[in-house]
Design a protein around this ligand. Structure first.
Ligand code: ATP
Length: 224
C-alpha cells in the first residue's frame, strides 16, 4: 500500500504505512481515549494505533495524592479495552523501560523499530497539545513524527495557539468531543457512582473486581 496524503510529497512517496501512537496514563483507559484513537484511525487511514501506557508520566509526578495506579492494572485495562478492536494494539515500550516516560524517547525508539517507511503519528488531545512547549525536546520530537491533535472540550484548535508554539502545525482531526476524563472517573468510583458509558464494560468489571480507585477522593487533583 502506498500512502500519499498527510506528509510532504517527497516523503509521502516513501511512506508504506502510517501508525498512530497514543500515549497516556490510562488510569483508567476510558471511552474518550478509544474515541480519539478511532477518529484518528478512520480519518487518517492508519495501519494501526499503538496504545502506549506511560511507566511514570513526568507531568503527574507531583502532589500528595494516592499516586498513579500500578502498571500491571493499567496495562490490563488497556488490553481489555483494545483487544476486540482490529488495528488497536498495546505497546509496553514505556512500561518495560520503566522510569519517567517522555514522548521524545518513546517516538525515538519506535522510529528505530519501524524505520522510515512508516510515518509515526502522535495522537494528542487538544489539552496535551497546549502543554507541548513544556515537554522534553519538543523540536526533536517533531522531527521524528507528525502531530495529530483531536479536539477536547475546553481546549482550542492548533491554529489558535500562540505564534511560535510547536503545536501550531499539528494536523487537526475533529473528534467526537467526549467530556469524559480519567480524573472524574476515579472520583466517581470513590464516591460509589456508576461509570457506565464512560469506560468499556469489561474495564468497568475489572475495576470493580480489583477494587481500584476506592481511596481516590477529593485530593485526587493534587496528583497533577
Ligand atoms: P487524567 O484525568 O488523569 O489527567 P486523561 O483522561 O486526560 O487523564 P490521559 O491518559 O492523561 O487521560 O490522556 C492521554 C491522552 O488522551 C492525552 O493526549 C489526552 O489529551 C487525551 N484524551 C483523554 N481524554 C480525552 C477526551 N475526552 N477527548 C480528547 N482527548 C482526550
Amino acid at each position: 500500500m502506498e500512502l500519499t496524503t498527510g506528509a510532504s510529497s517527497s516523503r509521502a512517496s516513501r511512506i508504506q504505512s502510517r501508525i498512530g501512537v497514543l500515549g497516556g496514563t490510562f488510569d483508567p483507559i476510558h471511552n474518550g481515549h478509544v474515541a480519539i484513537a478511532t477518529a484518528a484511525f478512520n480519518v487518517l487511514e492508519l495501519t494501526s494505533v499503538l496504545f502506549v501506557p506511560a511507566a511514570r508520566p513526568w507531568m503527574k509526578e507531583f502532589g500528595t495524592g494516592p499516586g498513579v495506579t500500578s502498571v500491571k492494572h493499567r496495562i490490563e485495562m488497556v488490553k481489555l479495552a483494545t483487544e476486540s478492536r482490529e488495528g488497536f494494539d498495546l505497546s509496553t515500550l514505556d512500561t518495560d523501560l520503566g522510569g519517567l516516560s517522555y514522548s521524545v524517547d518513546t517516538i525515538s525508539e519506535l522510529r528505530e523499530q519501524y524505520g522510515h517507511a512508516t510515518e509515526l503519528m502522535l495522537i494528542l488531545g487538544a489539552d496535551a497539545l497546549e502543554e507541548l512547549p513544556r515537554w522534553r525536546e519538543p523540536e526533536r520530537l517533531l522531527s521524528m513524527c507528525t502531530l495529530v491533535c483531536i479536539g477536547r472540550p475546553g481546549s482550542g484548535l492548533p491554529e489558535n495557539l500562540p505564534d511560535g508554539h510547536p503545536g501550531r502545525d499539528a494536523e487537526f482531526v475533529s473528534g467526537p468531543m467526549l467530556q469524559v476524563n480519567a480524573t472524574e472517573i476515579r472520583a466517581r468510583i470513590a464516591a460509589g457512582l456508576s461509570v457506565e458509558g464512560m469506560v468499556n464494560a469489561s474495564v468497568g468489571a475489572y475495576i470493580e473486581r480489583e477494587g481500584l480507585y476506592q481511596e481516590y477522593g477529593s485530593d485526587d487533583e493534587k496528583r497533577h
